[in-house]
Design a binder for this molecule. Structure first.
Ligand code: NAG
Ligand code: NAG
Ligand code: NAG
Ligand code: NAG
Ligand code: NAG
Ligand code: NAG
Ligand code: NAG
Ligand code: NAG
Ligand code: NAG
Ligand code: NAG
Length: 584
């Protein structure tokens, strides 16, 4: 809930203040820059200054009272062999770590009161606590020692009042994690990750099509179907049996999943499944669920067809996220996770094929979102994302970059990032598979042993283009070329790591089904388990490098690499790793 607008009298007071002191505001608190961005995201342009009395709605995210405690708790429940392994946390237990301390609430409230803002609302229903209020631009400029400007987003004509940097009082640094939307741009065009699709089935260029695999039909070299993946990764066709087992598939930016396309897909490619197998839909932020060939979104259809059509019998929920999000910059990225977090029984797996360039988000916003992933992971949900489709240049191909651009959320250590492969015998790395090292998040301990040898072999190559102490991604990989779907009634073939994410998410859901049947908890946050059980994966050691930023990119190598991670998964080996029989 937003607070009431400020009184006009106060905005007049501020508009009479002709200058903004760079070091301290009028009340005399020393100020420090809290967030700044070097550049505005593509397609936005500066439009001038808004009228000083234009109201802006602002949210101050308060620092968690014990963020590090939650991280420790997450690892305790996610590291196999730890005494608390699998004992996922309740919402109340998590809130105990993430809620703001009373001192933070008081300190920030007092500061706002110095500016006549006495109606800020304390919002405590989300993972983090917030103080929310509206203020005239002139007051907000003064409060945050900044200058808000108007920006316009060319493709949509949407306008936004934002700033390139803002400050907060130095003595409140430990109490405030983020203020948004400030420096955060509503990226109304986040990427569905599928780079490209075609309705013409083509042989892959110059690939070893003739190499036969003992278990996979040769046609799989040209077209990937559920059957190909079942054979390649040993994924069972047996229906899941546990009604409580669920996958959530968020759909952003008006990509809608179609019931008719799913049915046609199942009839054609899963004739063994009841053709009326469907998905349920939930909507948030004013989301909708329109049906009809002209409403078909290839991203949403891909995500739904390779969860429902591969995680046989697992309840799948499409979450249609509308435009009315409250997460400032993140077009529902944050809202959808908050929504799942708030469920009595959250889904055990979330598969999401959307991403950004990491630099589009400020470090504070990236950390804020990543901490919400941490909270959902602590509740026992596995978060699976495609790694991105721009190779070393991020979510999308970029040839002009002068440093590698990591993708978000691949760099967040609490999610599992899935890169892309093609071909079947052997599987090879593909050029668009995003990978590299986060510029914002340090390398988590669970991957130290896997990543160190790669960096050692790399030596000084690309020195200065990436941050060698950053979190390496992707974690693993899966097929990502010529993946057959039906959209708007037509068969099309998709290339992109958008394919890889749902494939792996489905395998995790099928493992969870057997764990739940055995009375055990679901896998939850996966990475400590994956990096402790590298034998689950077929190491990808050859293929195309993930070129970008005018460089050749990284190569797939023996062991972990920043293009295919630990390799491609095998379902039977996953079952063995969790101590379940793998013979059915
Ligand atoms: C909340 O945290 C405190 C210590 O930080 C602990 O003593 C208490 O048991 C926790 N309560 C819950 C419900 O987890
Ligand atoms: C997808 O990749 C294959 C190579 O495996 C290529 O032949 C095909 O043209 C690509 N499809 C699109 C739509 O780019
Ligand atoms: C799906 O979940 C609903 C409730 O969430 C449950 O009633 C239903 O039985 C489940 N369906 C299957 C096929 O497991
Ligand atoms: C699908 O069809 C079968 C047989 O016609 C029916 O028993 C079943 O209830 C249907 N399932 C759904 C989800 O509609
Ligand atoms: C979303 O916002 C638009 C414009 O502000 C409004 O017209 C619409 O009613 C909202 N939708 C919902 C479901 O809240
Ligand atoms: C969480 O769910 C409860 C009902 O279960 C609802 O009242 C509340 O508004 C929800 N909070 C959020 C942040 O969605
Ligand atoms: C490509 O990279 C350059 C340099 O980092 C950046 O300025 C530009 O905005 C990027 N383009 C896109 C589409 O991200
Ligand atoms: C990958 O290779 C294909 C074919 O050579 C090319 O069209 C595409 O732009 C490349 N993608 C990236 C991200 O480099
Ligand atoms: C590299 O990453 C580390 C950890 O995330 C960070 O502390 C450091 O500032 C980064 N260095 C550069 C040059 O960005
Ligand atoms: C990738 O492999 C090619 C061919 O072996 C080699 O020329 C290139 O230097 C390698 N690149 C890196 C970054 O290791």
């Amino acid at each position: 809930m937003m607070g009431l607008p400020l009184l006009i009298a106060i905005s007049c007071l501020f508009s009479l203040t002709p200058f903004v002191n760079a070091l301290s505001n009028s009340v005399g608190r020393p100020m420090v820059v809290h967030e700044s961005r070097r550049d505005i995201p593509p397609q936005y342009s500066h439009e001038g200054s808004p009228h000083p009395e234009t109201l802006v709605s602002l949210r101050i995210g308060l620092t968690s009272s014990n963020r590090d405690g939650l991280e420790k708790a997450l690892f305790d429940v996610s590291v196999p062999g730890s005494p608390s392994y699998g004992k996922h946390l309740s919402m109340e237990e998590i809130k105990n770590y993430t809620s703001a301390s009373p001192q933070s609430v008081t300190a920030v409230t007092e500061w706002l009161a110095e500016y006549g803002i006495s109606d800020a609302q304390l919002e405590t229903i989300k993972v983090h606590d917030y103080l929310t209020f509206s203020a005239p631009v002139s007051a907000a400029n003064h409060l945050f020692d900044t200058e808000f400007h108007s920006f316009v987003h060319a493709p949509t004509g949407k306008r936004a009042i934002r700033t390139s940097q803002y400050s907060i009082p130095e003595d409140l640094r430990s109490h405030i994690s983020i203020v948004y939307p400030t420096t955060s741009f509503d990226l109304s065009a986040p990427r569905g990750l599928s780079v490209s699709y075609s309705n013409v089935k083509r042989a892959a260029d110059g690939e070893p099509l003739e190499v036969e695999s003992p278990k996979v039909d040769p046609s799989c070299a040209n077209t990937i179907t559920p059957q190909c993946l079942q054979d390649l990764y040993d994924i069972p066709k047996t229906p899941a049996s546990q009604p409580s087992n669920r996958i959530a598939v968020p759909g952003l930016i008006e990509y809608w999943a179609q019931y008719a396309d799913l049915q046609a897909f199942l009839e054609r490619l899963r004739p063994d499944m009841p053709p009326n197998t469907t998905f349920s839909v939930e909507t948030i932020d004013g989301g909708t669920n329109p049906q009809g060939p002209d409403k078909a979104g290839y991203e949403a259809n891909l995500d739904i067809q390779y969860t429902v059509g591969l995680a046989t019998g697992v309840n799948t929920t499409f979450i249609s996220v509308g435009p009315n999000n409250t997460d400032g910059a993140a077009i529902g990225f944050l809202d959808v996770v908050e929504y799942l977090y708030n469920m009595t029984d959250p889904p055990q797996v979330m598969s999401m094929s959307y991403g950004y360039e990491e630099w589009w988000l400020t470090p504070s916003l990236a950390r804020h979102i990543c901490d919400v992933y941490m909270a959902l992971g602590a509740r026992g949900t596995s978060l699976v994302f495609g790694s991105g489709d721009g190779g070393v240049s991020g979510a999308e191909r970029n040839d002009t970059c002068t440093e590698f651009l990591p993708a978000f959320p691949g760099g967040c250590p609490y999610i599992t990032s899935v890169g892309g492969t093609y071909s079947i015998n052997p599987e090879l790395s593909t050029n668009f598979s995003s990978g590299g090292f986060s510029g914002y998040f340090p390398r988590p301990s669970y991957q130290e042993q896997a990543v160190a040898p790669f960096l050692e072999n790399l030596g000084d190559t690309y020195k200065g283009l990436y941050n060698a102490s950053g979190r390496g991604f992707p974690d693993i990989a899966a097929q990502s070329h010529n993946v057959e779907i039906i959209t708007g009634g037509e068969t099309v073939y998709i290339n992109g790591t958008s394919c890889s994410g749902p494939i792996f998410a489905s395998m995790v859901a099928l493992v969870n089904d057997r764990l739940i049947a055995a009375g055990r908890p679901p896998l939850g946050f996966l990475n400590p388990f994956l990096y402790k059980n590298t034998q689950i994966f077929t190491d990808i050691t050859d293929g195309l490098p993930n070129a970008g930023c005018g460089t050749g990119g990284f190569n797939a190598t023996v062991g972990w690499d920043p293009i295919t991670g630990l390799g491609t998964p095998n379902f039977r080996k996953m079952l063995e790793a969790v101590g379940l029989p793998s013979d059915n």
